[in-house]
Design a protein around this ligand. Structure first.
Ligand code: PGA
Length: 255
């Protein structure tokens, strides 16, 4: 059975002090969570402060991006080893905001995925179609293509622990979502693409999240779908109560 993963993506929000405050609250709210894996991904400067608060809890720490090189003259960048050292277990890669606003290509995402797994970080690979692509009926082709590109030449034994987040771009931060059935259909296409590359057994282990305007009220309908194994949560992950309620509503379905 795949354990659902609820991950908070804070984007460019919260200072170290604000992250520590969140950490104090969330550890009280989710200290005995078992059926769901919980992850919080703050901005780099808050990793340490949040990590200290999460220490000794089942809640994991992750980052929102990294550079593919192990070290070198890359001003402003952060390596996988640095994230591991800061206490990260996971790293979000290829978020649509990075693809659209920072020019991250499929090739770049692939290089980052390879560097992450080599360093022992679990990648959360984000894929998703634009509104124009959806309206043109291209969703599954686009998303499967992003998955194939991101996983190209990734060692097969690392793929099972890779997470893929299906995030339709038009659903991010808009309050709009696909229907759970629709999201499940795309998640199924993602799993089929992984099966085609690495075999059915591996594909059955890969966790596929839904992301885009997830909240405590709609999470259960998404995670009830057979191919959806949790969520990547932006706005609703910023307050401890709202994030904890998302986890609790997932847990209710998982246990
Ligand atoms: P949202 O963001 O939950 O605020 O829509 C999701 C994401 O971008 O990961």
């Amino acid at each position: 059975m795949r354990k659902p993963l609820i991950a908070g993506n804070w984007k460019m929000h919260k200072t170290a002090a604000e992250a520590a405050e969140f950490g104090d609250a969330i550890r009280g709210l989710l200290n005995d969570v078992e059926a769901v894996e919980v992850l919080v991904c703050p901005a780099f400067p808050a990793l340490h402060a949040l990590g200290e608060k999460l220490h000794g809890t089942p809640i994991r720490l992750g980052a929102q991006n990294m550079h593919e090189a192990s070290h070198g003259a890359y001003t402003g960048e952060v390596s996988a080893a640095m994230l591991k050292d800061a206490g990260c277990t996971y790293v979000i890669l290829g978020h649509s905001e990075r693809r659209q606003l920072m020019g991250e290509t499929d090739e770049r995402v692939n290089a980052k995925v390879k560097a992450a797994v080599e360093a022992g970080l679990y990648p959360i690979i984000c894929v998703g179609e634009s509104l124009e692509q959806r309206q043109a009926g291209e969703t599954e082709v686009v998303v499967a293509g992003q998955v194939r590109a991101a996983l190209k030449e990734v060692p097969a034994d690392a793929v099972a622990t890779t997470v893929i987040a299906y995030e339709p771009i038009w659903a991010i931060g808009t309050g709009e979502t696909p229907t759970p059935e629709d999201a499940n259909k795309v998640a199924g296409a993602i799993r089929a693409a992984v099966a085609d590359m690495f075999g059915v057994d591996t594909a059955e282990e890969v966790r596929i999240q839904y992301g885009g305007s997830v909240n405590a009220d709609n999470i259960a309908a998404f995670t009830a779908q057979p191919h959806i194994d949790g969520a990547l949560v932006g706005g609703a992950s910023l307050t401890p109560d709202s994030f904890a309620n998302i986890v609790k509503n997932t847990e209710a379905k998982a246990s």
